[in-house]
Design a protein around this ligand. Structure first.
Ligand SMILES: NC(=O)c1ccc[n+]([C@@H]2O[C@H](COP(=O)([O-])OP(=O)(O)OC[C@H]3O[C@@H](n4cnc5c(N)ncnc54)[C@H](O)[C@@H]3O)[C@@H](O)[C@H]2O)c1
Length: 353
């Protein structure tokens, strides 16, 4: 394991949202690093990475709804951690239009319940709260947004995550008054891709489902440019934050973790490239959806602060991220999803098996 991951060996770490896509990858990285990993989330979907693998090697998996303040309070009265990565959220823009209240309840009040319970019960020394690039007020500029820029969000998901940032800010102030040793910081990254994502309405999972079912994939916004990033890159950023905190360093209230400029590709370019990686792929159909709900246009992040203060940099450009994703699917079919996960984590962190 790469040097900084050794900081996690023996540490007791909670991951909220461990049954989700990013949470499963993060849980497994920390298990392989020798941490005692705990999880708190809703029950996993039957075809999610977490369910397929069955056991990521975690110490405990608690099924709990973070909208229930009493349940969250009870949990943190009986659990203490070295650190927490808070990922649990309703993360889909289109679903947030159908379920705006539930999205706000989970993303905003759920985060408030967790931060309040952790701070009041002194349940952890640090919390890294995962939000998104969509927290910035989109002024359609081409240069990257930095951490100090105005927050905003037109669609319910983006607005709920900008509000999550406000919750973080409020509990940073509360914690500073109660116990200045507790650090709360947020991490902002964009669209991620990687093996085992089964979310609806996301390009790469849709394509992979098409590959497996031998059918064409319908894409909606062929010319939209997205900041494509492999899931390991932002997770690595979150882990840098935790590692700095465990070393007793002071970190900033928020960090961006975005891909480099070479990853600015359109949806169609990404889809075509993915199809070329899959023998026998049936390709794509383009269906412009004139009734589509509003989704933010390109939001590009400047990750200068993370590079200067944490030493983080993005490793994979977009096409490499796609190759790792299709390679993961092929490896999972040949060996098993757990083997595929472990092989890519080891390879990312430079460990030979
Ligand atoms: N995947 C992306 O492209 C992306 C991009 C930017 C930010 N993010 C953020 O990263 C985090 C993880 O995203 P993901 O893609 O892994 O999502 P996911 O949908 O795969 O997982 C979400 C997790 O949150 C849990 N959760 C949802 N509602 C909950 C509730 N009420 N109580 C308890 N747990 C609940 C789910 O059980 C699941 O474990 C989210 O905070 C998301 O907003 C994701």
């Amino acid at each position: 394991m790469s040097n900084f991951l050794k900081d996690y060996a023996g540490k007791k770490i909670l991951i909220t949202g461990h049954t989700g896509f990013k949470g499963s990858w993060l849980s497994r990285i920390l298990v392989l690093a020798g941490a005692q990993v705990y999880g708190l989330a809703l029950k996993a979907d039957a075809n999610s990475l977490f369910s397929i693998i069955d056991n990521l090697g975690m110490k405990e998996s608690a099924i709990l709804d973070i909208r229930d303040r009493g349940e969250v309070e009870n949990y943190f009265k009986t659990h203490n951690f070295d650190g927490i990565f808070h990922l649990a959220a309703q993360p889909l823009v289109r679903r947030s239009y159908k379920e705006p209240i539930e999205t706000f309840e989970t993303n905003v009040m759920g985060t408030a319940h967790i931060l309040n319970a952790v701070v009041n019960n002194n349940s952890a020394a640090w919390i890294v709260v995962i939000t998104t690039d969509k927290v910035y007020r989109n002024v359609e500029k081409l240069e990257g947004y930095s951490e100090g820029e105005a927050l905003g969000g037109k669609d319910p998901y983006s607005a709920s995550k900008a509000a999550t940032e406000m919750v973080v800010s409020a509990w940073q102030t509360i914690a500073a008054g109660l116990d200045p040793r507790i650090t709360i910081s947020s991490a902002r990254a964009g669209n991620v891709i990687g093996g085992g994502d089964n979310a609806q309405d996301r390009l790469i999972p849709d394509l992979i489902r098409g590959f497996h079912s031998n059918s064409k994939t319908v894409i909606r916004n062929p010319e939209s440019i997205r900041p494509w990033q492999h899931v390991l890159d932002p997770l690595n950023g979150y882990l840098y934050m935790g590692s700095a905190l465990m070393a007793g360093r002071t970190i900033s209230p928020a960090y961006n973790f975005g891909p480099g400029d070479e990853s600015k590709l359109t949806v169609k370019e990404m889809a075509d490239y993915a199809c070329r990686q899959w023998e026998g792929a049936k390709g794509i159909d383009i269906a412009i959806d004139k009734t589509a709900v509003h989704e933010s246009e390109l939001l590009w992040l400047s990750s200068h602060l993370a590079t200067v203060e944490l030493g983080w940099s993005n490793r994979f450009e977009a096409l490499e991220a796609i190759r790792w994703t299709t390679d993961w699917e092929k490896a999972a079919m040949k060996t098993s999803p757990l083997e595929a996960l472990d092989m890519q984590i080891d390879s990312f962190y430079g460990v030979s098996r």
